[in-house]
Design a protein. Structure first.
Ligand SMILES: [Zn+2]
Length: 383
């Protein structure tokens, strides 16, 4: 067993990381090891898992055995020498970055390395980027930075040029299926379904395998193309889709919102965060505004996932229409796929896919979600 077993289907990245771990254990460390790393890969490819397993392997006395307490605490983010920063916020502020830089300047307490895992490094503000730069330019011995971002371009060139690059790719359906069976104890049929339906997004696959509500939501989204018959049902479907996404977005951020409110109240000596006194109101207002932004972002993420599911549905429709031999993402919805396939021509399906891409773009550009989705269902009706 190795802590790297948690990484799904990334043979090339693993080879680099395992060599780095071996070199990190030498004195002085070999050339496979360096003090700044950048993990990139599409959403769901497992950037943060890869970074955390690497962190664990660096602080484990056995180079990542996967079962000692060092490995466990490093993976959970509670190891004394592993800092793990992730955010639901839109940006990572210069203050946060400065604190990390201070943290990075201290020597490790129990392990040989101090490791800072910074997820969402693409959300560093320009100032935060610059604050970090200093630490990357003049590294403290035995400090290792592990930055995660969707792509290289998400970071300033000055930062990325100082990092060794680890590229993760979307794992195959077979890799995800195997992982769900072996690591999560999911039964074979469910694992195969979740891997296929998630299109290689591991977190999503795990959610679908474990959570019946996630499966119900997905099924509801996929019934949309057969429910756009009349103008009334089409607009109703649009509204339901958006409302469900808003609800899930709020659900996702509820916990952290509450914690922040309680912490702010404690810090300011306010007794009741629900009814702050006049002198504290502007601080609470500011917090509320930033939480609202975060909730919006979460809603957009949820909605975008729905649209990706819809896109895969129409891709399946196209496969059926042209008699393609590739396997369907939505094999379990074959009756619906066929219904839509027989209703229209491939050209119309292409239009539908374009309309979905268009809606995704609009939503991420902060067009009011309901407007964008209403426009989408009207386009789907026409196709
Ligand atoms: Zn270990």
């Amino acid at each position: 067993m190795s802590v790297f077993d948690a990484v799904v289907g990334q043979p090339r990245a693993l080879a680099v990381l395992q060599r780095a771990v071996a070199d990190a254990r030498r004195d002085p460390p070999g050339s496979g090891m360096t003090h700044a790393w950048l993990f990139t890969g599409p959403p769901g490819s497992g950037r943060s898992v890869a970074a955390r397993t690497f962190a664990a392997a660096l602080v484990c006395p056995d180079g990542g055995c996967g079962h000692c307490s060092e490995c466990h605490t490093a993976m959970l983010g509670s190891h004394a020498d592993v800092d793990h920063i992730s955010t639901e916020a839109m940006t990572i502020s210069v203050d946060t970055a400065r604190n990390l830089v201070l943290e990075a300047a201290t020597a490790p307490s129990v392990a040989r390395w101090r490791v800072i895992v910074l997820e969402d490094a693409d959300r560093l503000t320009e100032q935060a980027n610059n604050a970090l730069l200093k630490s990357l330019e003049e590294p403290t011995p035995h400090t290792v930075w592990l930055l995660c971002a969707p792509s290289m371009e998400d970071l300033l060139p000055t930062i990325r040029s100082r990092c060794r690059h680890v590229v993760l790719t979307t794992p195959t359906t077979a890799d995800v299926t195997r992982h769900l069976i072996d690591r999560d104890g999911v039964d074979e049929a469910m694992a195969a379904f979740a891997a296929r339906a998630s299109m290689g997004h591991i977190g999503r696959a795990r959610g679908l395998a474990r959570d019946e509500n996630a499966r119900i939501t997905r099924a509801a989204t996929l019934s949309l193309p057969v429910n756009v018959g009349t103008l009334g049902t089409a607009l109703l479907s649009a509204r339901e889709l958006v409302e469900a996404a808003v609800e899930r977005g709020a659900e996702r951020t509820k916990g952290v919102d509450e914690t922040e409110r309680v912490e702010l109240a404690r810090g300011m000596g306010v007794e009741n965060p629900e009814r702050p006194p006049a002198w504290a109101r502007s601080d609470f207002k500011r917090l509320k505004d930033s939480q609202e932004k975060r909730r919006k972002r979460a809603t957009i993420d949820e909605l975008d996932r729905d649209l990706q599911d819809l896109l895969a549905f129409y891709r399946d429709v196209l496969v059926v229409q042209v008699g393609g031999r590739v396997s369907l993402v939505n094999a379990e919805s074959l009756p619906n796929v066929e219904k839509v396939a027989h209703r229209a021509q491939p050209e119309a399906t292409m239009h539908a896919m374009e309309a979905i891409l268009d809606a995704r773009e609009k939503i991420t550009a902060y067009v009011t979600p309901l407007l964008a989705v209403e426009e989408l269902v009207l386009a789907l009706r026409a196709s």
